[in-house]
Design a protein around this ligand. Structure first.
Ligand code: WTA
Length: 649
């Protein structure tokens, strides 16, 4: 599909949008030509303990990369997400919690109660010895306590790092060791689609691994009431600790550039990167983007399905919506459990106006047919949004026509863990959506396309997507490794932030994200480094060498295709295949489970011994007719045999 059909947003919706086309043009121009003025006025949406006078001090120059916004300002994120709403909206609902099991007790958390819980937990953390700047690891199910925990850290200036509860003990241990966390907050167990996840046991296993003796305390939420193993002296019961804590806890004044959180994400090398976000700029950007990209109006019910373990859960389940005083649905389970009607049921039950989800969830529902919408009305929906991976036009159309009954705008939002918030999207009311296109930059965002030599491409073109100037929500560094930050994002194309994504700009000037240009894959919207999966595989005693690539997968967007060579004397068979699958699940987590495993005696390599991934990607995608030049290979015959034995036919 070349440019796609513009979709007119329903008039009724357009009339109530914050931004129209003219306002977008004016504000966007101002955000670029007068960045200081634009962001100075946007900073006013936040309550500062001390107003910032220095708006920006940024440099993308590889010799001196630094990013500071609102540098002399002081604020507290939880004060903005809770306290400032109390007077007018203390009885307003902050969280509507929907449990995994539909028959289970639901929970409603009003802003007043959120305040009480967060204060108690903040006091608990302080009593347990957590100080400003200390790292606290969260390994939590999708329950309100996860939100309390993030905000409690922010209240006292501790830095939270949430690890997705689907990750393995190994993955958790690596992250704990990297940021030297003092305390871990977890639950006895989690539940997803009826299955129990032994979170506390996973924490116990993680804390046996090297590098984790920095942790002296584990705080355990009694969520399912299972009785996990207990380490006296180290483990603490959440309910007991909370009962012993006061509900009075002033929010600490933080500098705008004090760290708010670290979130680990995958890069093209093996070790996950600890992306660091700070307080002031992040919060301004989260609140602004949440308001205008979803056209959020006070009183609306907003549902973001993302897990708190991902950036979408941070910015658009917690910080953005709560800073705007929104009512958020938080769902513990998965969209098709116990049946395909679950999403429709939740929308009707809470009268959801805005739904933000991932293309992979949409495709999974779509695969089950339109009956997922039977039994629900969904007339409350005003806006549907997606993020995390490219949305194929067919899924876009189905989302728009069937789920939204053609009444709700669809907003495809492109952004990254490192960008902190939405960067390119069709702002509702202002920019015409096209199925599959991210369209236009958000305020302050200056996208550009470069060829591989770094030349800027003009007009309709396809190339590397880079960003020409800083925006307040941008990550400031990688935890403990500024060098790697500079190397990863600012050295390939000096003067630009390099996104790692490719994009196409059409004749109208709209951007279409084409996917990663590096060795990162996106499986069901989960970002993963192929190198991480490879290093897990080669740690298996029978594996000699492994190469991992993504391939097009109908439901997951990309699937994981693994090429493996075995140690001498080892036979490949179905049992070994299963063994390797299980191995990777244990090493990283279920989301990294290989879809296809291709045993081969050799891999295509250059004469200098470098694996030619381009060829492996083509074979995995079943595009072996267009392999390109293979003459530089040490042994071109390898390719024919790979094509012959390919798995994705
Ligand atoms: C991909 C998730 C196409 C992209 C918010 C990016 C997208 C990576 C979109 C970041 C979109 C995210 N269209 N691709 N709307 N949104 N991506 O850090 O490849 O988990 O670089 O952040 O997801 O994934 P991350």
């Amino acid at each position: 599909m070349e440019t796609g059909t513009p979709i007119a947003i329903k008039k009724a919706i357009q009339e109530r949008c914050w931004i129209d086309s003219a306002a977008y043009q004016t504000l966007y121009r101002q955000s670029i030509t007068d960045s200081v003025g634009f962001w100075r006025s946007q900073a006013e949406r936040i309550d500062w303990f001390r107003e910032p006078t220095q708006i920006r001090d940024v440099s993308f120059h590889p010799d001196d990369v630094h990013i500071h916004w609102f540098q002399d300002g002081e604020l507290n994120a939880t004060y903005n997400c809770i306290d400032r709403h109390l007077e007018k909206n203390g009885d307003g609902i902050a969280l509507l919690w929907e449990p995994d099991q539909p028959h289970q007790q639901r929970r409603e958390i009003r802003y007043r109660e959120l305040h009480e819980q967060v204060c108690r937990l903040a006091n608990t953390l302080t009593r347990l010895g957590v100080n400003k700047g200390d790292r606290v690891m969260l390994y939590m199910p999708m329950i309100p306590e996860a939100v309390f925990a993030m905000l409690a850290c922010a209240r006292i200036g501790a830095i939270h790092s949430v690890v997705f509860a689907g990750f393995s003990p190994d993955a958790l241990a690596g992250r704990i060791a990297d940021c030297q966390a003092r305390l871990v907050i977890t639950a006895d167990a989690g539940r997803r689609a009826g299955k129990q996840v032994p979170l506390k046991a996973n924490v116990d296993a993680a804390l046996e691994k090297p590098g984790t003796d920095c942790v002296d305390t584990v705080l355990v939420v009694e969520h399912l009431g299972v009785a996990p193993d207990w380490h006296n002296g180290r483990d603490r019961r959440y309910s007991e600790e909370m009962a012993a804590s006061s509900t009075h806890c002033p929010a600490v004044a933080m500098n705008a550039e004090d760290p708010l959180f670290i979130l680990y994400t995958s890069g093209s090398t093996g070790k996950p990167k600890g992306v660091l976000h700070t307080t002031g700029g992040y919060l301004v950007y989260a609140a602004l983007t949440h308001q205008v990209a979803f056209d959020y109006h006070p009183g609306q019910v907003y549902w973001c399905t993302a897990d708190v373990g991902w950036i979408t859960g941070h910015t658009y389940l917690v910080y953005g919506p709560l800073a705007n005083g929104a009512t958020c649905v938080m769902f513990e389970g998965v969209p098709n459990y116990p049946n395909d009607q679950r999403v429709g049921d939740i929308i009707d039950r809470y009268q959801v106006n805005i739904l933000y989800t991932a293309p992979t969830a949409i495709r999974a529902l779509m695969a089950g047919g339109d009956h997922c919408c039977q039994g629900s009305h969904r007339d409350s929906l005003r806006l549907l949004a997606t993020a995390g991976e490219p949305i194929n036009p067919a899924a876009w159309q189905w989302f728009h026509d069937v789920v939204g009954k053609g009444q709700a705008a669809v907003v495809d939002t492109w952004w990254q863990t490192e960008t902190g918030g939405i960067m390119i999207c069709p702002l509702p009311g202002a920019i015409e959506a096209k199925p599959g296109a991210a369209t236009r930059p958000f305020f302050g965002v200056q996208p550009a396309l470069l060829d591989n030599e770094g030349h800027i491409l003009t007009g309709a073109a396809e190339g590397n997507l880079v960003i020409g100037d800083s925006w307040p929500g941008q990550a400031r560094t990688l935890w403990g490794d500024h060098e790697r930050f500079v190397q990863t994002y600012f050295s390939t194309f000096p003067g630009y932030y390099c996104t790692g994504d490719g994009a196409r700009r059409d004749a109208d000037g709209d951007y279409w994200i084409t996917g990663r240009v590096d060795d990162v894959i996106n499986v069901s919207g989960h970002r993963m480094g192929t190198a991480e999966v490879e290093s897990a595989l080669v740690a298996h005693p029978k594996v000699c060498e492994a190469a991992v690539v993504g391939y097009p997968h109908q439901l997951k967007g990309q699937g994981i295709y693994v090429y493996v060579t075995l140690n001498a004397g080892t036979d490949s068979n179905e049992a070994l295949c299963e063994e390797l699958r299980l191995w990777v699940r244990q090493e990283i987590g279920p989301i990294a489970t290989p879809d296809l495993i291709h045993f081969t005696v050799d891999l295509p390599k250059t004469r200098s011994g470098k694996i030619m991934r381009r060829i492996l990607r083509k074979v995995a995608a079943n595009e072996h007719d267009s392999l390109g030049d293979i003459s530089t290979l040490a042994d071109p015959a390898v390719v024919a045999s790979l094509v012959e034995t390919r798995m994705n036919r």
